[in-house]
Write a protein that binds this ligand. Structure first.
Ligand SMILES: *Cc1c(COP(=O)(O)O)cnc(C)c1O
Length: 364
């Protein structure tokens, strides 16, 4: 039976087509063109960051952020184990060693107390990942970073629109990375952005993004760089998406509220917004009361035409990262009990009720 409620699909109802056609008509389809600078400008204005640099995807954004800070072999970077694999792989690409920390049960974000326990003389940076759109405790993490002279990197891939007070994620650390993959809140198909308030870091990111090209001299390269550029076509889509950012975020908040109401009589635990934080609800995620319920529930939902995903498997449980790792019981528990429910912005209230009814019938 075909799935009738997908977990995600992008909403491309604004100027996306118009701007892409402009790229095609003008032949500016590569990584030069007006939309690159316009998307960067609009993104930095929206998030309140001084500098924003488009890149080819979110993983490249993280890689460049780490390289711009000078992270490399011999360094340790503290990262939550409960994250998407790209956060950790980007650290490995630089030659540095990822050091895993556990999650907090209430917000599912990295545990600052565990960060303190994992500090060594080789620790150079902390990578905060705002998982599923809820901000990390950035005040605690910034306190640790400042006290120990560490860099603070923010993986904002899942957290476009998330804030603490009025400050958008990406504005607490030295440098931040966003992703615009097809299921992210703002999408360009594939794409990413590095954000920072530090001009020197921004310059380094732009330099490394474009093959380490020296200024004012054609074909002269003074470092080993990368081709991590975004195309004008992707930036055109991104600019059109950004024009609708408020609507996309509002739709997601409303869907999360519908799930909250529809599941309020059940023992399902929603990924709740902590006081003082703005959750951007990239995904509407829930925990089942007992781990053995999870997979049968996902199968029941699938046979009812409802697509779901498990939460991420903690990275320290994967073969290439498991060798030296200790247990991380909270992250393991969340990973075993979590389900991402359909979360795309066009979802209707009736569809959300249908998902909730199916969950209720599984539990009874
Ligand atoms: C999506 C994502 C990334 C990577 O982004 P890509 O654009 O897919 O390369 C990095 N970190 C997290 C937490 C993500 O969810």
């Amino acid at each position: 039976m075909p799935l009738t409620i997908p977990i995600y699909q992008p909403s491309l109802l604004g100027n996306e087509k118009k701007y892409v056609n402009e790229c095609l008509d003008s032949t500016w389809i590569s990584s030069k063109g007006r939309f690159i600078a316009e998307f960067e400008g609009a993104f930095s204005a929206y998030t309140g960051m001084r500098y924003a640099a488009t890149v080819s995807n979110g993983t490249a954004a993280l890689h460049l952020a780490l390289l711009a800070l000078g992270i490399g072999p011999g360094d340790e970077v503290i990262v939550p184990t409960l994250t998407y694999i790209a956060s950790v792989n980007a650290i490995t690409y630089t030659g540095a060693t990822p050091v895993f920390v556990d999650a907090l049960m209430d917000t599912w974000q990295m545990d600052p107390a565990d960060v303190r326990r994992r500090l060594t003389s080789r620790t150079r940076a902390i990578m905060a990942v705002h998982l599923y759109g809820h901000p990390c405790d950035m005040h605690a993490l910034k306190g640790i970073a400042d006290k120990h002279g560490l860099f603070l990197i923010e993986d904002c891939a899942e957290a476009f629109g998330a804030r603490i007070g009025e400050t958008h994620v990406g504005g607490f650390g030295h440098i931040g990375a966003y992703s615009f993959y097809g299921n992210k809140t703002v999408t360009t198909g594939e794409g990413g952005m590095v954000v920072t308030n530090d001009e020197a870091l921004y310059e380094r990111v732009v330099h490394l993004r474009g093959q380490g090209l020296a200024k004012h001299r054609h074909y002269w390269h003074d470092v080993v760089g990368f081709n991590y550029r975004m195309t004008n076509i992707c930036a055109a889509i991104g600019l059109a998406q950004l024009e609708r950012a408020e609507d996309l975020l509002a739709a997601k908040r409303e869907i999360a509220q519908w799930y909250k109401e529809a599941l309020s009589e059940t023992p399902m635990q929603l990924h709740a917004e902590a006081v003082g934080y703005t959750h951007s609800y990239w995904m509407c995620s829930v925990l089942v009361p007992e781990a053995p319920v999870r997979d049968p529930m996902r199968e029941r939902l699938e046979s009812a035409g409802i697509e779901t995903r498990p939460l991420f498997y903690p990275v320290h449980t994967m073969p290439m990262y498991g060798q030296h790792s200790r247990r991380h019981p909270v992250a393991e528990d969340i990973g075993r009990r979590g389900i991402n429910l359909p979360s795309w912005p066009g979802l209707s209230r009736t569809e959300v009720r249908g998902v909730a009814e199916c969950i209720q019938s599984c539990l009874s």
